[in-house]
Design a protein around this ligand. Structure first.
Ligand SMILES: Cc1cc2nc3c(=O)[nH]c(=O)nc-3n(C[C@H](O)[C@H](O)[C@H](O)COP(=O)(O)OP(=O)(O)OC[C@H]3O[C@@H](n4cnc5c(N)ncnc54)[C@H](O)[C@@H]3O)c2cc1C
Ligand SMILES: *[C@@H]1O[C@H](CO)[C@@H](O)[C@H](O)[C@H]1NC(C)=O
Length: 522
């Protein structure tokens, strides 16, 4: 039973995409069509790449990568136009025409933003979506162990291309294949190799960006401050990243995966207490995360090595878990990528599949933990996990590489001394069922406050949460003070530097949304 629930959970967490195409019924219009913008655009962009609300394909294009069904609603504020560029020059034209005719842009790569900021607005305003799903080349240089990846690629497409070029290399990024490179790298991006190789953004070595003036810049042309900001400073504040050059990382011929379930009546709380101490200080080749749901804790591990090497390590460091050779699933690294979210049914080919059939609505929050949480509190947490509307807690241990990088080396500040990240996932399956899970998510978050980081209470920008705060716009510019409220939670002291860089590269705040970095003008 535990296993079938675990695989249902995996599907829910990893494959909650919309393969359905909704009919958009008479979407509200908030401004007269910007005909000047459109005619400016058609000078550089072929009409087949442009969709107005009246286009037959508008609805299908808009909903194609919406991963949170909450926003697939008539009430959602939708774009006036969608552009699906096939070339960087189309993106440049969108920015140039957008600035000239007062049309704001939102950019979407994989559409996984938990708050949907890549394709909807929280308030009525005209905007256009630049959807990068047609720009998704991956060019691997196996000799140099590098790759250029377009922002519209999904993670599965990089993993696949890298493994195809050479089984000796891999890339450290998120667990779900359908996540888009553009948003994921912009906010950091981590998965099962975070303890060995850090975040995806930590492994970016060059990028091509269209800035607020429509110029296409590489690392040298944009300069080191700008390049710093786009590697973790969150998507959509500094321009549109067209492609990224990454450093690939060595992976061994054999890796080992295990999943061990332990019920709360079977010592789960004691095990989690031990895990808090052990998991962040294990050798970097071993990552053991926890998914807690109902009365069950699943310990899920990726070891960059064989079962023969893993068993003695587990016996020495975490004997309480009772891990033994029967738990070992040995495979290649690339096989482990679909195996971890999908289990035995996942295949390497699935990494290229851009659709899925699971439909869930969700609300997500995150926390960071520096000090071990006492056993009694874990026991109470398990009572929270069976309350009406209860969601899932996913805990990723840090330590190793992700924690050894300096806090200000990139905008992603959750580094030294961090024991683990918590993601609270609340979900439901119909528009009318939001109330209980949404309330649970807020109550759970309130309950956890004493046990997590404070001043600021840190949060991970890729687990976007508008409850943390949204920008106020004064004189057509987002204010620094309103941004600090949520911004210091995502970026700590790096927020100020991000805001100063924003002031230099986009002083008029053209690229903005509810949680974009505001310019610090003085
Ligand atoms: C099912 C699921 C599983 C997840 N698992 C993980 C995980 O294992 N690890 C992890 O770290 N995170 C995970 N996440 C969170 C994920 O990393 C973020 O949602 C990420 O921002 C998604 O990127 P995207 O391109 O798909 O999203 P989008 O919605 O397209 O974009 C997200 C944000 O970035 C901006 N943006 C997008 N493309 C660009 C670009 N080219 N240039 C500039 N700005 C851009 C958007 O405007 C938006 O603000 C998961 C999310 C989901 C839904
Ligand atoms: C892609 O995934 C969807 C949903 O899981 C499935 O229905 C479809 O058959 C898959 N396509 C391929 C080519 O495997």
């Amino acid at each position: 039973m535990a296993t079938s629930r675990a695989s249902a959970l995996a599907l829910l967490l990893c494959a909650l995409s919309a393969s359905c195409h909704v009919a958009i019924s008479g979407p509200p219009s908030y401004a007269p069509p910007k005909d000047d913008f459109l005619s400016c655009l058609t000078r550089s962009v072929p009409p087949r790449l442009l969709f107005a609300k009246s286009s037959p394909a508008y609805g299908a294009t808009w909903s194609s990568t919406i991963r949170n069904l909450k926003f697939l609603s008539d009430k959602t504020v939708k774009p006036l136009y969608i552009i699906t560029p096939t070339d960087a020059s189309h993106i440049q034209a969108a920015v140039i025409c957008g600035r000239r005719y007062g049309m704001r842009l939102r950019v979407r790569s994989g559409g996984h933003d938990y708050e949907g900021l890549s394709y909807r607005s929280d308030k009525p305003e005209p905007f256009t979506v630049v959807d990068l799903s047609k720009m998704r080349q991956v060019r691997v240089d196996g000799k140099q162990a590098t790759a250029w990846v377009d922002s519209g690629a999904q993670l599965g497409e990089i993993y696949y291309a890298v493994a195809k070029a050479t089984p000796k290399l891999g890339f450290p990024a998120g667990v779900c294949a359908t996540i888009g490179v553009g948003g994921h790298f912009s906010g950091g991006g981590f998965g099962m190799m975070l303890r060995k190789y850090g975040t995806a953004a930590d492994n970016v070595i060059d990028a091509k960006v269209v800035d607020a003036n429509g110029k296409l810049l590489d690392r040298k042309a944009m300069g080191e401050d700008y390049f710093w900001a786009i590697r973790g400073g969150g998507g959509s504040s500094f321009g549109i990243v067209v492609s990224w050059q990454v450093k690939l990382v060595p992976v061994p011929p054999t890796v080992t995966v295990f999943q061990i379930h332990r019920g709360v009546n079977d010592g789960a709380a004691d095990l989690i207490v031990k895990w808090q101490q052990v998991a962040p200080s294990l050798p970097e080749d071993l990552m053991i995360r926890i998914m807690a749901m109902g009365q069950d804790a699943m310990f899920e591990a990726l070891f960059l090595g064989t079962c023969n090497d893993l068993v003695p390590l587990m016996n020495a460091r975490f004997p309480e878990l009772g891990m033994n050779p029967t738990h070992c699933n040995e495979m290649s690294w690339i096989q482990s990528v679909p195996y971890i979210p999908l289990g035995k049914s996942g295949t390497v080919r699935d990494l290229l599949n851009r659709t899925s059939n699971i439909k869930a609505f969700g609300k997500y929050k995150s926390d960071y933990v520096r000090d071990p949480i006492p056993k009694a509190v874990w026991e109470t947490i398990f009572t929270w996990l069976v309350k009406p509307g209860a969601g899932v807690m996913i805990m990723d241990p840090y330590g190793g590489r992700i924690s050894s990088i300096a806090e200000d080396a990139t905008p992603f500040p959750h580094r030294q001394g961090m024991l683990f990240n918590i993601q609270y996932v609340s979900y439901w399956f119909g528009e009318g069922s939001a109330a209980l899970p949404t309330q649970w998510s807020r109550d759970m978050y309130a309950f956890m406050e004493p046990y997590v980081t404070k001043n600021p209470r840190q949060a991970y920008v890729n687990y976007r949460d508008l409850d943390l705060g949204v920008n106020k716009v004064v004189g057509d510019v987002s204010t620094y003070e309103s941004g600090r409220v949520w911004g210091e939670k995502y970026y700590k002291g790096n927020f100020e530097r991000l805001a100063r860089i924003k002031a230099r590269v986009d002083p008029q705040d053209y690229f903005r949304n509810e949680q974009s970095i505001p310019p610090l003008l003085k």
